[in-house]
Design a protein around this ligand. Structure first.
Ligand code: NAP
Length: 289
């Protein structure tokens, strides 16, 4: 679709890490955007959602809202399932009745991480955490609903402006500490939110639907990402690799969840830049604010 002049509703677009980047990217494309937070539109309240869609009359709806607290989800299973597994298809029903595209985001955490080569779109979700299982439930119910204007974008390991994230946290800690221990046996696809947002819009512009993996190029462990961030920021802190067993968390995370980007590259003819390049841009931006 042509985004110039189009009206987009972005759930999570006012306060979410990815949602804010999507809002910016859509505005850069000349779209008129209504970014929403949970205060503006509770996805669990279908009457409100319907009223908002009636009022906004969007040409496209993006769902960048989710329950994203991976460890807390182990204790708040009901909340995680309501928002991640049930709400997306309820919203998709409202969107489908208006015959406009619905863009939903999912996660590399739907995979159990036992592969050691990048995950393809058709690999079977087999999550090990409540968060991952709830997000896989969201994908499944959208696929079962079968609305043909649904795009599910699986993304991973986000960093970017507008909200606290792993990179910003590491840099804040590194300013005060001589040494930081960071897990080096989980490998994934670090992704810069402005790049993920721009890549998503490339799919939207081509009217592509179904499931597509989107990330920056390159792979990393959390240790690699933290080390590079500290080095690019010119901080003296030593980053020390540790194993997952030395940093126990409530939720089990996939040891390997790199996303294969072949489909994205074939559909768009574009190759996302390497995460190191994107990280450099992010850190430069952080330093200028
Ligand atoms: N962060 C990552 O590393 C990562 C990795 C892979 C995939 N993802 C996926 O990417 C998407 C965006 O993640 P994110 O990290 O950007 O999320 P986030 O920063 O945690 O933002 C979540 C957004 O959801 C909104 N929200 C929460 N409850 C809501 C409700 N009941 N009704 C409407 N909106 C509600 C929040 O609004 P309030 O601020 O008002 O609560 C917030 O804007 C999610 O689908 C997530 O699963 C994220």
């Amino acid at each position: 679709m042509n985004l110039k002049g189009a009206k987009a509703v972005v759930l999570g677009g006012k306060t979410g890490l990815l949602g804010q980047a999507l809002t910016n990217a859509l505005q850069n494309e000349g779209a008129s955007v209504q970014p929403l937070s949970s205060q503006d539109a509770d996805m669990l309240d279908q009457n409100t959602m319907n009223t908002i869609l009636d009022h906004e009359q969007p040409d496209i709806v993006f769902n960048a809202a989710a329950y994203t607290q991976v460890d807390l989800a182990e204790e708040e299973e009901e909340k995680a399932f309501a928002l991640n597994a049930t709400a997306p298809v309820l919203t998709a029903r409202l969107v489908a009745s208006r015959n406009i595209p619905f863009v939903h985001f999912s996660t590399d955490f739907v995979f159990n991480g036992r592969k050691n080569t990048p995950y393809h779109e058709e690999d079977r979700p087999n999550a090990k955490s409540v968060y991952g299982i709830s997000k896989a439930g969201g994908e499944k119910s959208l696929l079962e609903f079968g609305y043909d204007k649904t795009l599910i974008v699986r993304i991973s390991w986000l960093f970017g402006p507008g909200k606290m994230n792993f990179v910003q946290k590491i840099l804040e800690l590194a300013k005060d500490k001589d040494r930081l221990n960071v897990v080096s046996d989980q490998t994934g696809s670090p992704s810069y939110t402005p790049d993920v947002a721009a890549s998503t819009l490339e799919l939207v512009k081509r009217d592509h639907f179904g499931i597509v993996h989107v990330a920056n190029s390159g792979i990393a462990t959390w240790f690699d990402l933290a080390s590079e961030a500290v080095s690019l920021a010119g901080l003296k802190c030593t980053v020390q690799p540790i194993s997952t067993s030395e940093y126990p968390t409530k939720a089990v995370r996939p040891p390997y969840s790199v996303l294969d980007l072949t489909s994205f590259c074939e559909i768009t003819g574009q190759t996302p830049r390497h995460w190191r390049q994107a990280l450099q841009e992010y850190i430069t931006e952080l330093e200028s604010t």
